[in-house]
Design a protein around this ligand. Structure first.
Ligand code: RNT
Ligand code: ZN
Length: 418
């Protein structure tokens, strides 16, 4: 342990202790939290199954930064590199198009064996895996509809893909001894104002019922459903709206996935957690950063992220919340994007743990809103940075921006040679 880091930590600890905050305890708890790192930041959501397909489904990646992974080996190497700069042991979130196989296999035919190399790698790394059916970037999703498609044959294809995906998720869970969350997001929607908003939702509901009919061990696989307000090309109407999935998830005991970028431009998800938590057994988050019409910028330490962290900590929601990341930026080093977004998410949780929550709650209960505001504001400049530095050092990962030099080195040695 470097002396300056240890000294700053001891000083910071005293300041927090004067408000009854046990920093060592906070760090012990922090190290138990798993973030699900999304593989798709590493290659601009291309995957390996259909290399000539353009990204579609109302999401898009811009930027031509060199070095994107183009094979499973490269993507695993990049993820391993990124994880070596992120404190803690986490999970990796895969999409169906990331199957690692030489066979030419379509989405409805995928089996656990097509992901065996990912499972072997996850075992080596001691990490868990999460999963997602890929209901986009495919000839059968070109017209913007999948699970709610009016053509029963196309709809069945996507239903079969989602069924296959759940089995793959269960296999991950069984093999790795950690529950896999399999999250369904479909892009289905209309660019312009529809006449019939109901029929596509009825079809989506029926499709989901068929997908979830097979019982899987919940210790291995948990299902989640993800809503969206609008996408590129689905500005007027999205079949899987928030109300749709909130209703579906609650009635059918599915995790409801809240993506931070899937609501109105000024609407946050933090304030929704306490309500959802009262009526569900768990929540899936897609931590992301909306920017005007884009839902997927790299996560930074903004008010929304801090507020998500606070809501999870203050309301004791961490044990039942699955925290996943969802952003894709092709204009910067992709490993840096993972490191920045994941470290920020962990750091925001740490900052929340270093607030005098009980004191603040008491002030609020007493009607002493002056104390509430004063303390909340003063704590924004408490020395959480010293605690974060100590945590990184203790966990054996680069302190502060030291990780950047490592990323630059990796860029020279590996990425630019691709
Ligand atoms: C899209 C959803 C979805 C995707 C990933 C790739 O708007 O957020 O989660 O980003 O599945
Ligand atoms: Zn998402």
């Amino acid at each position: 342990m470097r002396q300056d880091i240890a000294r700053n930590y001891e000083e910071a600890k005293k300041q927090y202790a004067s408000h009854g905050i046990d920093v060592d305890q906070a760090l012990a708890e922090l190290s138990d939290i798993k973030i699900s790192i999304h593989c798709w930041q590493g290659d601009d959501v291309r995957g390996f199954l259909f290399r000539d397909q353009e990204l579609s489904g109302g999401i898009s990646v811009t930027g031509e930064y060199p070095g994107a992974a183009s094979t499973p080996e490269e993507l695993r190497a990049d993820l391993t590199k990124a994880m070596s700069m992120i404190p803690g042991t986490h999970k990796v979130n895969l999409h169906a198009i990331y199957a690692d196989t030489d066979e030419s296999v379509d989405l409805d035919q995928l089996e656990p064996r097509h992901f065996q190399k990912w499972v072997d790698w996850a075992k080596e790394q001691g990490i868990g895996l999460d999963f997602n059916p890929t209901c986009f970037s495919h000839d059968k999703s070109k017209d913007g509809f999948t699970l709610s498609h009016p053509d029963p044959e196309i709809r069945q294809f996507w239903i079969d893909h989602c069924k296959a995906s759940r089995r793959i998720g269960a296999y991950f869970g069984e093999q790795l001894g950690q529950t896999c969350v399999t999250n369904i997001w479909v892009p289905d929607g209309y660019k312009d104002v529809p006449v019939d908003r109901m029929a596509p939702r009825q079809r989506l509901k029926d499709a989901l019922d068929e997908i979830f009919a097979e019982e899987l061990n919940p210790a291995w696989n948990l299902d989640a459903v993800e809503s969206k307000l609008f996408g590129i090309g689905s500005e007027a109407y999205v079949v899987g709206s928030h109300e749709f999935y909130m209703g579906y998830g609650m009635r059918n005991n599915k995790l409801i996935c809240l993506d931070a970028g899937h609501f109105h431009p000024t609407e946050g998800i933090a304030g929704k957690l306490s309500s959802l938590a009262l009526f569900t057994d768990g929540i899936l988050l897609h931590v992301s950063r909306p920017m005007r019409w884009d839902s997927d910028h790299v996560v930074i330490m903004d008010d929304e992220l801090l507020e998500i962290g606070r809501e999870l900590v203050r309301n004791h929601l961490l044990p039942t919340t699955h925290i996943g990341l969802d952003f894709f930026d092709g204009s910067i080093n992709r490993i840096a994007a993972w490191v920045i977004g994941t470290r920020n998410t962990i750091k925001a949780l740490l900052r929340a743990k270093l607030e005098p929550t009980e004191k603040l709650k008491q002030a609020e209960l007493d009607g002493d809103y002056t104390t509430r505001l004063a303390l909340m504001e003063e704590f924004k400049s408490y020395p959480f940075g010293a605690v974060w530095d100590y945590y990184c050092e203790k966990m054996g990962v680069p302190v502060r921006e030291e990780w950047l030099a490592e990323v630059k080195r990796y860029e020279q040695d590996v990425l630019l040679k691709r």
